[in-house]
Write a protein that binds this ligand. Structure first.
Ligand code: FMN
Length: 365
């Protein structure tokens, strides 16, 4: 009630990016004991059936924070008090960059959507690594890496490798982002040839670093766009099996603007960018289902895109997602959103007499 009728209308009356930094700054500053432990208790759902182990990592529940929220890897220790089982920081690029000119983040409340063309604004891998080294990392942190805008697509591998090396000690898993619509040429890295080269080089480096430093190799996940056609999805599933990639995250934002309630004039005024939120719900879920089938259930998937309530979360898991992530739903749903999702999932596990989450994964496929 407080969120829906008071806090959200107030925050939504201000520019979206300003609110993001202001509210997170306040939240981060206030997350010290005992406030953080009260917050943690308020947002946690105590149900051991929500736990799972994927890639040898223990997750308290299936709900994580999607990439793009904590782009500078600055807030993850505070964000865990909102109930997330994992937080994906980044996208981080080889070289720091300012991103696109503002305004670059827009709300579409009639569609429960966001449109962004942030353009990977981030401090760069070196500074992010220094910040991570200086922090005691408490939650499961995944690190999402992408290409620096000024680096040509032909030299992308070196740029990804640079971030991978610098950030390797701090990542519980890596996400290779080749699917943001806001870096020119980035999505061409989803084509089979360049994608194979990129992933194979990262996997080789992963083994080398693990060996040299006496640590386990980090799970390497690929994040894909919802705009791929059936042949491209087929190619990616085949490649994932061939080179034994650890996981796939589906999906990023879409460049499509079909079936929206927001007026065409407003959409035109906003301009380019990736659309997220409710318009993605069905698209992302279908893609997860397709990948689940095409990889013959052998590769763990993270489902993300348009999870706006508990039923969406449950449907995503039933379509084959071992874990889920949220961004736009969290912006609209507020601080208790993760709890609402976990409560719903917990209730469904009980109603369906399932012993744990793993039994629900892919149950509708
Ligand atoms: C403002 C904003 C910034 C984002 N930045 C990134 C990013 O840097 N890297 C990335 O992989 N995805 C990024 N995303 C995509 C989200 O991680 C997610 O895949 C997408 O928004 C779909 O989920 P949702 O419908 O729950 O928002 C961003 C999304 C938003 C709304």
């Amino acid at each position: 009630m407080f969120w829906r009728y008071l806090a959200r209308p107030l925050l939504f009356s201000l520019p979206a990016e300003t609110v993001h930094h202001f509210s997170m700054g306040m939240f981060h500053a206030s997350m010290f004991p005992p406030i953080s432990s009260v917050m943690g208790r308020l947002t946690r759902v105590r149900d051991p059936r929500l736990r799972s182990r994927v890639w040898g990592i223990d997750f308290d529940n299936p709900v994580g924070l999607a990439a793009g929220f904590d782009k500078q890897a600055a807030w993850f220790n505070s964000l865990r008090h909102l109930g997330f089982s994992h937080i994906e920081v980044g996208t981080i690029t080889g070289v720091g960059q300012a991103g696109n000119p503002k305004p670059r983040l827009f709300r579409g409340p009639d569609d429960q959507a966001l449109i962004n063309r942030m353009g990977f604004n981030n401090v760069g891998a070196e500074q992010a690594a220094a910040a991570l080294a200086a922090t005691s990392i408490k939650p499961v942190v995944g690190i999402n890496i992408g290409k620096t805008k000024l680096v040509d697509v032909e030299h992308a591998v070196g740029d990804y490798l640079k971030s991978f090396r610098l950030l390797h000690p701090f990542a519980r898993y890596f996400t290779v982002n080749v699917s943001s619509p806001n870096t020119p040429g980035l999505r061409t890295l989803q084509d089979r040839g360049p994608l194979k080269e990129l992933l194979v080089e990262l996997m080789k480096e992963n083994a080398r670093l693990a060996n040299a430093n006496g640590v386990t190799p980090r799970p390497v996940l690929l994040k894909i766009a919802p705009d791929l056609n059936a042949d491209q999805v087929e190619d990616i599933a085949a490649l994932a099996k061939e080179i034994e990639i650890d996981g796939i995250i589906a999906t990023n934002t879409t460049i499509s603007r079909s079936d929206l309630s927001t007026s065409a004039a407003r959409i035109q005024e906003i301009g380019n960018g990736g659309l997220s939120g409710k318009p993605l719900t069905q698209v992302s879920r279908n893609m997860v289902r397709e990948l689940y089938e095409k990889t013959e259930r052998t590769i763990p998937l993270i489902g993300v895109g348009g999870i706006m309530n508990g039923q969406d979360a449950w449907n995503m898991i039933g379509s084959g997602a071992s874990l889920i992530q949220v961004y736009t739903g969290f912006i609209y749903g507020g601080p208790l959103f993760v709890k609402q999702l976990n409560r719903f999932i917990s209730q469904q596990l009980a109603d369906n007499e399932l012993a744990d989450l793993s039994q629900a994964v892919g149950m509708n496929v």
